[in-house]
Design a protein around this ligand. Structure first.
Ligand code: DX5
Ligand code: ZN
Length: 213
């Protein structure tokens, strides 16, 4: 299991140290939540902050765009040394174009699905994707409660990927903790995003270890 701590739950006045702490603690990626105050009812940070953080860690950047017009951020994210980018299927009418746009810039392309969005929404483009991000809370805030029906959705997606002979990792985001991590693994998740369950703990290495089921 790979762990991507979300810095949304970290101390924003000490971002460089927070990044060092999770890198030392065994994190596999850093999850960076970009919010525009429109697609989700909250604002977080954008490309300038992500760019500034690039020199603070060697961990690969996993950028989650919770925005309308996510294509507008791609040039900046590419320059900021981003490894993987996910955008929301609910925000983009041209999925195929957007996926190619990300890949042409040398980044891994993922689509994020809100809890209420059907897997059918990515049916046609599934083979083009490098990963799928299943939201297990309604996006916009950290520290929310895991939505239990996400487990069935992850299992269904995992079956859909296997049936089609594909190998596409499933990333899960929202309310992930050490109690649901084993269930998420069983359902087919391979990357767990964790905000409060990592940065809310004093010992980040122990918190990350607890999630690596
Ligand atoms: C929610 C964000 C998440 C968030 C997760 O909209 O996409 O990445 O930081 O936070 P926790 O793990 O606290 O639910
Ligand atoms: Zn996220």
């Amino acid at each position: 299991m790979k762990i991507a701590p979300s810095i949304l739950a970290s101390d924003f006045s000490r971002l460089a140290e927070e990044l060092k702490d999770i890198e030392k603690g065994g994190a596999d990626y850093v999850h960076l939540d970009v919010m525009d105050g429109h697609f989700v009812p909250n604002l977080s940070f954008g490309v300038p902050i992500i760019k500034a953080l690039r020199s603070c860690t060697n961990l690969p950047f996993d950028v989650h765009l919770m925005t309308y017009h996510p294509e507008e951020y791609l040039e900046g994210l590419e320059k900021a040394g981003t490894h993987m980018v996910s955008f929301h299927v609910e925000a983009v009418p041209h999925l195929d174009r957007m996926i190619h746009n990300i890949k042409d810039r040398g980044m891994k392309a993922g689509i994020a699905l809100n809890p209420g969005t059907s897997l059918a929404s990515i049916d046609q483009v599934l083979p083009l994707l490098d990963f799928v991000l299943i939201m297990s809370v309604n996006p916009g805030f950290g520290g929310q409660k895991f939505i239990p029906y996400s487990l069935d959705k992850i299992a269904a997606l995992s079956a859909m990927i296997k049936e089609r002979g594909l190998t596409i990792p499933i990333e899960v985001d929202g309310g992930v903790n050490k109690d649901n991590a084993p269930l998420l693994k069983k359902a087919g998740a391979e990357i767990l995003v964790a905000g409060s369950s990592v940065f809310g703990k004093e010992d980040r290495a122990a918190a990350i270890r607890d999630l690596k089921v």
